[in-house]
Ligand binder design. Structure first.
Ligand code: IMP
Ligand code: MG
Length: 180
């Protein structure tokens, strides 16, 4: 368990073992099961790529009839604009009147999730909530409520269980933190 792994130029060590992640996924699924049991066919919307493993494990613990789809936030440089603009792609569902649960791997500053919620609201869903595997409270700088947070962590950079360091590490079943 205390062995380190190398991804690109950095060393990583285990921060959260798979068994602890599974407990946290079970807890958050229990909350969603109780909150959504009476709602008309909720739609889980996974944000690719990072959420694939979390969403897969979460769905196995959901006990009501639901739908599942994926979207992606594609980065591109806006011409003439200063910052990076993220474009929501892959949304093929009619969201009008639907109960939507966005499933994210990690909410850090909150910029990505805020942008996504603003985009989705234009489709007039009945409700939108955010479910994230990891939440960094010290880094979060937005006002959008993040209702379901499976695990809270500090400001360290983590990989594994879907999260990557320059595309490596998504396949790891434990979550690792970079060693200095
Ligand atoms: P935000 O817009 O600052 O909330 O950043 C969210 C995105 O940054 C996530 O969806 C990840 O792609 C990436 N990210 C933030 N923190 C980490 C981390 O610790 N490890 C891997 N990716 C991260
Ligand atoms: Mg992400």
């Amino acid at each position: 368990m205390d062995e380190t792994i190398k991804l690109h130029d950095r060393q990583f060590k285990v921060l959260i073992p798979a068994a602890r992640i599974d407990e946290a996924v079970t807890d958050v699924a229990r909350r969603i099961n109780s909150d959504y049991a009476a709602r008309e066919t909720p739609l889980f919307l996974g944000v690719l790529n990072g959420s694939f493993m979390f969403l897969s494990d979460l769905m196995k613990k959901i006990e009501f009839n639901c739908e599942l789809s994926f979207v992606k936030l594609a980065s591109y440089e806006g011409t003439g604009s200063t910052g990076e603009v993220k474009n929501l792609i892959g949304l093929n569902n009619d969201l009008a009147g639907r109960h939507v649960v966005i499933v994210e791997d990690i909410v850090d500053t909150g910029g990505s999730i805020e942008h996504m919620v603003r985009e989705l609201e234009r489709h007039r869903p009945a409700s939108i909530e955010i479910c994230t595997l990891f939440f960094k409270p010290a880094s979060y700088a937005r006002t959008i409520p993040v209702r379901y947070r499976a695990l809270e962590i500090g400001n360290e950079f983590i990989v594994g269980y879907g999260l990557d360091y320059n595309q490596l590490g998504r396949n790891l079943k434990d979550v690792y933190v970079v060693t200095e």
